[in-house]
Design a protein around this ligand. Structure first.
Ligand code: SF4
Length: 70
């Protein structure tokens, strides 16, 4: 199992995560990306997956390091 955590507050809306991982990330109306299907936990959004898949690439390309895969 993998957990993906998106610190959406820190997102600068560069779109890099949606470029490498459109299966899990899309841009929201407010210009920040959204982790599809994630549940809000405080200020963060979390998604549990069997396989993190391209979320690892999204974690790697995010310039402000607000995507975490555990
Ligand atoms: S790569 Fe990071 S900063 Fe850029 S849109 Fe995605 S979450 Fe936001």
């Amino acid at each position: 199992m993998a957990k993906v955590i998106h610190e959406r507050e820190k997102c600068i809306g560069c779109g890099a995560c949606t470029g490498v991982c459109s299966d899990f990330f899309e841009m929201g109306d407010d210009g920040k990306s959204m982790l599809k299907g994630a549940v809000q936990k405080g200020e963060n959004f979390e998604l549990e997956l069997k396989d993190a898949g391209c979320c690892k690439e999204a974690e790697a390309v995010c310039p402000v390091h607000c995507i975490h895969v555990k």
